[in-house]
Design a protein around this ligand. Structure first.
Ligand code: ATP
Length: 280
């Protein structure tokens, strides 16, 4: 008998619909991710203080905010890595504590590497993202094809046999994104997917995401700046000190802020074009 975690992102032990990506028939009313009055702490520190957030099917929602505002913590409550003190989280209309269908969710964590000291190849790491669909059985042709597709989507098809220990930081990030895509998720949750990725690769990844969105995939992602993804973002939710400060149209990038790679940790200099103060 299989054992399944109470909650959590795909571990490879969950069951899910076999083979094909489940139908992503557009239903703009369906709420795919829902946080209601979500409160969470790290250690003794309250980090989220009553966050309300809803992502509907097919939407691309960016979670923005200054360093330490709680973006990663919010994402981690959604995938069950940080427990709630108060409020509720639901995925696909199911309360998180009852949710088991992790094959529908692709998760790219923040700033990790694909290497874990184990001499795995790029293909092996990306294939692990398919385990929730293969039910720990032998990969079938459709599974291998999905892994190939994910590798091509992030431009890593030529590196499939290389050890992940031989990759740059940006290439690790691309492998982790491919791992999430290999499961052909309906919902992609990504924590700063562009961190450490060079401009050319950002464009590749933006193109990949555009294809996913066109196929009906729902996306919730943490970003420091909209950058190359700006055209894809439907809505921005800005956190400040663990509370939602803005939920609506993405802030317009102006001047230097428009440049991918711009870092939002600095205070705004006098005379610098204002940006509604949403990110600082
Ligand atoms: N293990 C921990 N114990 C206590 N506090 C923590 C822990 N990890 C993070 N924090 C604090 O929780 C707050 C929120 O962190 P979180 O990583 O969610 O912010 P963030 O908005 O994603 O920041 P960044 O943009 O820097 O990634 C920060 O003030 C951080 O210092």
């Amino acid at each position: 008998m299989r054992t399944e975690p109470e909650t959590g992102p795909p571990t490879g032990a969950e069951t899910g619909p076999e083979g094909e990506r489940p139908s992503a028939a557009p239903s703009s009313q369906e709420t795919v991710v829902s946080l209601t009055g979500a409160g969470a702490s790290l250690g003794s520190r309250p980090v989220l203080r009553g966050v309300d957030l809803a992502v509907r099917r097919g939407e691309v929602v960016a979670l923005l905010g200054a360093n330490g505002s709680g973006k990663s913590t919010a994402i981690r409550t959604v995938v069950g890595q940080v427990p709630l003190d108060s409020g509720e989280v639901s995925l696909f209309g199911t309360p998180l504590k009852s949710f088991r269908d992790w094959a529908r969710v692709g998760y790219v964590p923040q700033r990790t590497t694909a290497a874990s000291g184990v001499p795995a190849t790029v293909r092996e790491v990306v294939s692990s993202g398919r385990l929730a669909r293969t039910r720990l059985g032998l990969p079938r042709r459709a599974d291998r094809a999905a892994v190939d597709r994910a590798l091509e989507l992030v431009g890593m098809g030529g590196r499939a046999k290389d050890s992940v220990n031989a990759l740059s930081g940006g290439q690790h990030q691309r492998v982790l994104i491919a791992r999430a895509l290999a499961g052909e998720p309906e919902l992609l949750i990504m924590d700063e997917p562009m961190a450490g990725v060079d401009l050319a690769s950002q464009q590749v990844l933006a193109g990949t995401l555009r294809e996913q969105v066109a196929a009906g995939v729902t996306v919730l992602l943490v970003l420091h700046e909209l950058g190359a993804l700006e055209p894809l973002i439907d809505r921005a939710v800005v956190l400040r000190d663990g509370c939602v400060q803005h939920d609506g149209p993405p802030p317009k990038a102006v001047g230097q802020h428009a440049l991918p790679g711009h870092d939002h940790v600095h205070p705004h200099a006098d005379g610098e074009p204002a940006r509604a103060g949403l990110l600082t």
